[in-house]
Design a protein around this ligand. Structure first.
Ligand SMILES: N[C@@H](CCC(=O)N[C@@H](CS)C(=O)NCC(=O)O)C(=O)O
Length: 416
């Protein structure tokens, strides 16, 4: 008799009982690579491991010793441990992305640009993933690349896909993986997408994921590189008006890279390094560096003609900076303790720059989902917010164009 279900780690399993040999049974896993301690104990006799996925039809026989080692590893490193518990530095260290292929229009490329071929898995909560959604829309790639979004909650098994029972995660294309990518029917968590191409995958199960539906391959899980590909590699296929938008123009490349260098480390990643720090020293070091970088950003925007970072040219810099700044007042100020100042009252030039992007460009506004953003951080990081209560403020999430915080309005009204 076969019993189907998922194990503690969310992997699909079929437990096949063998009536003639009551003391032995086999466990069929649809994905590996690590197993919970309870399965280590339960499956000590005959154990067959298999994956259901197209690219891994082979069956493995894994000795129980490997279970124990993998289980111990799993025990040691929990998905929700953003800083390793025994790390005395208390510093959040972001891992390198593992899948680094490129869509390329070079002849003979493994991943050529093609209409309808690729799918993006994102989370609306995630700033890194949202970069790619913004680029997709700015470059008019909606008909070229499909996308779907995970549920905002990230739990012990990582991101999960929404089901029809979820009524708390509104947003375009939030739904089961199988509704968007047929071969991912039945996947409950993003981890299944990773395991489908690498059953031994040991990295984190991050969004964004760029998926090749034609070859069943994971192209990339590195947002900066996906952003770059979408910005350039489809240019032969899209309409002239979209081709004209060059997010990485030749003459600005050196300056763009130099800006990315400090903004990535001190701002995009800086908010995480401040918020995830597990020692006072690590927090203080990172939050001070973050605000110095915000001061530098303010100064640049104040002293250069806008409306974009590079004047009248919208580039990658605007996209990469926006996704962090738009989350700043609603989340990072209180949740990550980034509270020397907020954007709306402390950084007028950044505030103006951000609101222009949000209110005047659908690509920025339509890909910003405050419900996912606020709920994700405040209800997923229980080491920071153990009761998962989401603060209601600030109200509103973003101010309308041309309207300042009350103190600014008051000063204006009194002619100071
Ligand atoms: N380097 C990656 C980072 C992506 C990333 O860290 N995404 C977060 C969400 S904001 C994630 O999916 N985290 C899940 C996890 O680490 O378990 C990129 O820029 O694409």
């Amino acid at each position: 008799m076969n019993i189907r279900g998922t194990n503690l780690l969310g992997r699909f399993i079929t437990i096949k009982t063998k009536p003639l040999q009551p003391s032995s049974f086999s466990v069929r896993f649809q994905s590996i690579p690590t197993f919970s301690p309870s399965f280590t104990r339960a499956s000590s006799s005959t154990t067959t491991i298999t994956t259901p996925f197209k690219h891994h039809q082979h069956h493995h026989l894994i000795p129980s010793r490997k279970f124990t080692m993998a289980a111990a590893q799993q025990e040691e490193q929990k998905i929700t441990d953003w800083v390793k518990p025994k790390d005395p530095t208390g510093e959040f260290k972001r891992q390198q992305s593992s899948f680094r292929n490129f869509i390329s229009r070079e002849p003979g490329a493994e991943f050529p640009p093609e209409k309808g071929r690729y799918h993006l898995y994102v989370s609306y909560a995630c700033p890194w993933a949202t970069r790619t959604l913004i680029a997709r829309k700015l470059k008019g790639l909606e008909d070229f690349i499909t996308f779907s979004a995970v549920h905002w909650h990230l739990g012990a098994q990582g991101w999960r896909f929404s089901t029809s029972d979820d009524t708390d995660a509104e947003g375009e294309n939030v739904g089961p993986a199988g509704s968007f990518v047929k071969e991912h029917e039945g996947f409950t968590h993003l981890r299944h997408v990773y395991f489908s191409v690498d059953p031994e995958y040991q990295g984190r199960f991050t969004v964004p994921v760029l998926w090749d539906k034609k070859q069943g391959k994971l192209v990339s899980n590195e947002s900066s590189e996906i952003l770059r590909m979408l910005g350039t590699e489809f240019d032969d296929l899209i309409e002239e008006k979209y081709r004209g938008l060059d997010l990485y123009p030749e003459d600005l490349r050196k300056e763009i890279e130099a800006t990315h260098d400090w903004q990535y480390d001190l701002i995009n990643n800086g908010v995480y390094k401040s918020g995830f720090a597990t020692t006072q020293e690590a927090y203080e070091r990172n939050v001070k560096a973050l605000f110095e970088a915000l001061d530098r950003t303010e100064e640049h925007l104040k002293t250069h003609k806008g409306p974009y970072w590079f004047g009248d040219r919208l580039t990658e810099v605007d996209i990469r900076l926006f996704v962090t700044i738009i989350r700043f007042d609603p989340v990072y100020v209180q949740h990550f303790k980034c509270n020397f100042r907020d954007i709306r009252s402390g950084y007028p030039a950044i505030h103006t720059w951000m609101r222009n992007l949000y209110w005047n460009h659908a690509a920025f506004k339509d890909t910003t989902n405050f419900l996912h953003i606020k709920n994700h951080y405040t209800k997923s990081h229980t080491q920071i917010n153990p009761l998962s209560i989401t603060p209601l403020g600030p109200v509103p999430d973003i101010l309308p164009l041309g309207e300042g915080v009350p103190a600014v309005e008051y000063v204006k009204g009194h002619g100071y």
